[in-house]
Design a protein around this ligand. Structure first.
Ligand code: ZN
Length: 205
């Protein structure tokens, strides 16, 4: 995600989104170096922990951790990664001033079946796999928030990877790792042409 960012060619952008600014794609490096990439990944993770206070938690399906004004968006997600944007903007004059925070919440309802004692191995592993996938998905968003550079401000503009039809870093990572994103959403958005809604939604976040 620290690679080169390029503007999306005009012919890919539907008429009604022509005016949207800063729609970009990011690209694999020409000379991939696994050692340098691993070092950069670890730097990012360290920055998430120390500078951005990245924290994990569980959330209710019906109450968005950001507050009631987000509740209607909740419940249809497996996980969500959020930042304290409002606190940083509206309480910046506080003494001492607020610090950046980033949180990933996994929906508790998705993990609760693990407390049952009547699951067979297949059921248990299926749930564990789904949660592990959600964690990877959300960490990808967390890294995206502080890319392409580890700037003083987060960058919530979601870029497209290469020529992917959806600007959704989490699904992009799932596709890269397993070639089979678990959620139908990715596929549905692509084949119905709604992929361009996504960068708009992210700007409202
Ligand atoms: Zn996502």
């Amino acid at each position: 995600m620290d690679g080169e960012r390029r503007p999306i060619p005009d012919e890919r952008i539907p008429e009604k989104y022509k005016g949207v600014e800063n729609i970009q794609s990011f690209h694999a490096r020409a000379n991939y170096d696994p050692v340098a990439t691993a070092a950069r990944r670890d730097e990012k993770f360290q920055s998430l922990i120390t500078k951005w206070n990245y924290t994990f938690g569980f959330a209710s399906e019906t109450e968005d951790p950001r507050g009631p004004h987000f509740d209607e968006n909740n419940g249809n997600a497996f996980g969500v990664t959020i930042m304290n944007l409002e606190e940083m903007e509206f309480e910046k004059d506080r003494d001492p001033p607020p610090k950046w925070g980033m949180w990933t919440f996994i929906m508790l309802a998705d993990a609760e079946p693990l407390f049952r004692d009547d699951l067979n191995d297949g059921e248990r592993m299926g749930i564990e796999w789904a949660i592990a996938t959600t964690i990877v998905h959300e960490i990808t968003h967390a890294v995206g928030n502080i890319s392409p550079i580890d700037a003083a401000e987060p960058n919530l503009d979601e870029p497209y990877f290469e020529t992917e039809a959806l600007a959704e870093l989490g699904f992009g990572m799932e596709a890269a790792v397993s070639l089979n994103p678990l959620s139908e959403l990715y596929f549905t958005l692509m084949i119905t042409g709604q992929q361009w809604e996504k960068p708009i939604l992210h700007r409202q976040r």
